[in-house]
Design a protein around this ligand. Structure first.
Ligand SMILES: [Fe+2]
Length: 317
């Protein structure tokens, strides 16, 4: 090795950050560097909580401090548990026994409308980034792009997108879910309807409220990859005998393409594609939309039964 080469290698060894971030340095290389330089790692868990402090002792005596979160099994282990209970108590909502039809773990609360809420410690299940819509494959030159009906396949929901509940007091519901549970208002139309998202990135709405004389379920919404799947979902449900519903259309608030299917109890399940996504670092300013201009961009006329609350006592619910 020439003296020049020795100097170059020595210089590189002194510039570990450059070596670490070099595009040619692989994950395995970084592991090898860390093994050479790291003398000891001390991991301290704060009680039984999710908080973990990590101290790395490096060659030469340097220490670096890091914090991690570990998964925990019970909501009572969370470092935020006491503050969460305080916020719930301050909101006026009451902790409650588990719903008789549900599993028991977690913190059970009745929201201001009396709906059971189960708060559990779990991994985030809503997407961290916007879903990438799967476009249909590009057409083969000289052939039509649409599949034959027998080969169109089935619409398969990928996940639950959101739930819309009836509430006698929409602003009160928004206050509870934001101040006690940490959701955020996305958009609303006066005190008639409001849409809320998760602070750590979610669809434009995970939970929404529409004004009624009583609490009730309006719809659950299921994400599919594209408007093609919304249409195929409509067709397969019609073929199965579920002809009542609304759509295909496109919402203004949330931007999603939709088809609602009326279920045998009078509430709805929605096929939804292309809903707006609010990332954890996105600045989203809620807007109060005029109701008459914010329901849908295009679609068939809304059937009268679409806005009925089948759980309302006035309707025998
Ligand atoms: Fe919806």
């Amino acid at each position: 090795m020439t003296p020049d080469e020795q100097v170059a290698i020595r210089r590189l060894a002194e510039d570990i950050p450059t070596l670490w971030t070099a595009p040619t340095t692989t994950a395995a290389d970084r592991q090898a560097i860390a093994r050479l330089m790291l003398e000891r790692v001390v991991i301290t868990v704060a009680g039984t909580s999710e908080k973990v402090a990590v101290v790395c002792h490096w060659a030469g005596g340097v220490q670096t401090h890091h914090s991690l979160r570990r998964p925990v099994a019970r909501v009572s282990q969370l470092s935020t548990h006491a503050a969460l209970r305080q916020r719930i108590a301050k909101s006026g909502a009451k902790e409650a026994p588990p719903h008789p039809l549900a599993d028991a773990p977690g913190l059970w609360v009745r929201d201001p409308d009396g709906t059971h809420i189960q708060v559990i410690a779990a991994d985030k299940v809503s997407p961290a980034t916007r879903d990438v819509s799967v476009s249909p494959p590009p057409p083969t030159p000289g052939k039509g792009a649409a599949p034959s009906r027998s080969k169109a396949g089935k619409a398969r929901p990928q996940r639950l997108s959101h739930v819309l509940l009836f509430s006698p007091d929409v602003p009160r519901s928004v206050r509870f879910y934001s101040e006690a549970l940490g959701l955020r208002l996305s958009d609303n139309s006066g005190d008639i309807i409001a849409f809320m998202h998760g602070a750590h990135a979610s669809d434009h709405h995970m939970l929404a409220f529409a004004k009624s004389d009583a609490p009730g379920l309006h719809h659950s919404s299921w994400a599919v990859p594209s408007i093609e799947d919304v249409g195929i979902g409509m067709q397969q449900m019609e073929d199965a005998g579920y002809k009542e519903g609304w759509g295909v259309g496109r919402h203004v608030i949330g931007s999603n393409y939709f088809r609602y299917i009326r279920d045998p109890w009078g509430s709805f399940a929605e096929y939804s594609a292309g809903i707006d996504f609010i990332g954890a670092d996105d600045e989203w300013i809620p807007q109060d939309h005029p109701l008459e201009d914010s329901f849908y961009v295009w679609g068939p006329s809304t059937p009268d039964y679409f806005i009925e609350n089948h759980e309302s006592p006035a309707r025998g619910g």
